[in-house]
Design a protein around this ligand. Structure first.
Ligand SMILES: [Zn+2]
Length: 251
């Protein structure tokens, strides 16, 4: 039998201690607001939540658009920061309140059929591997839990990697995205109309490309829901006074 040396024992003790410390670290970080780093028991602290609420549209749907586009908030300020923290800083827990708020607003502010299925706008596999998740799918899970609609995370596939869109002109965006999508599991599930879900709606080029694929396959598209929408607020000017200060209850 080989006797453990004192050095090995000490090494093992130190590594156990470091693992335990890492565990405590998770707890400490989990209790920190991702936007302002103040301690909180919620996904966002009370102050940041109030700031996000100020980005909420008063009229989330514009009646003239078809298919209809429902966006929870204006893509700016604290809402923009929250989406960035989710996507780029690995704060996946933020998808939960965003999905719940989107669902609560959508349920109370729209008339909609029950026979819908929710399809998140997919990322290309290389982007999803790099990020580790698709934020639209993460938001889609609580959205579907709350609305009780089925989620079809692989309904569409992004078959072509597209370069970053933000610096492109509208024409170049359309060009960049044409033929970017193809049908995934929706090939076998066409009994329901599709509700597309994305984190941000900007020019609509991405969703138009997705809709083209669905329409070519005679799959009806009911509409689009997005956490945030960019652009001129117009009559949708966000409220100047904060909404009820208490965050909506979510489990
Ligand atoms: Zn905060």
């Amino acid at each position: 039998m080989i006797q453990k040396s004192g050095g090995e024992g000490m090494q093992r003790g130190v590594s156990q201690w470091l693992r335990r410390l890492a565990g405590w670290g998770d707890i400490i970080f989990a209790a920190e607001c991702p936007l302002c780093q103040r301690s909180t028991a919620q996904e966002l602290c009370q102050d940041c939540w109030t700031q996000v609420e100020r980005c909420r549209w008063t009229h989330p749907v514009r009646e003239t658009e078809s298919p209809s586009i429902f966006a929870w908030g204006h893509y700016r300020g604290a809402l923009k920061q929250t989406i960035a923290a989710l996507k780029y800083d690995q704060h996946r827990q933020l998808a939960r309140p965003l999905g719940r708020w989107l669902a609560q607003s959508w349920l109370t502010q729209t008339q909609h059929p029950r026979n819908l299925m929710v399809v998140p706008i997919p990322l290309h596999i290389s982007k999803q591997k790099e990020r580790g998740f698709n934020q639209a799918e993460l938001v889609g899970r609580p959205f579907c839990e709350f609305t009780r609609l089925p989620l079809e995370p692989q309904g569409l596939i992004r078959s072509r990697a597209t370069e970053a869109q933000f610096h492109l002109s509208p024409e170049a965006r359309e060009q960049n995205l044409s033929a970017a999508f193809e049908l995934g599991t929706l090939r076998d599930r066409t009994q329901r109309a599709v509700l597309l879900l994305d984190d941000i709606y900007t020019t609509g080029a991405t969703t138009r490309a997705a809709i083209q694929v669905l329409q070519r396959s005679n799959i009806p598209v009911y509409g689009i829901v997005a956490v945030a929408r960019a652009g001129d607020p117009g009559k949708n000017f966000p409220p100047s006074s904060p909404f009820p200060v208490k965050p909506p209850a979510y489990k």
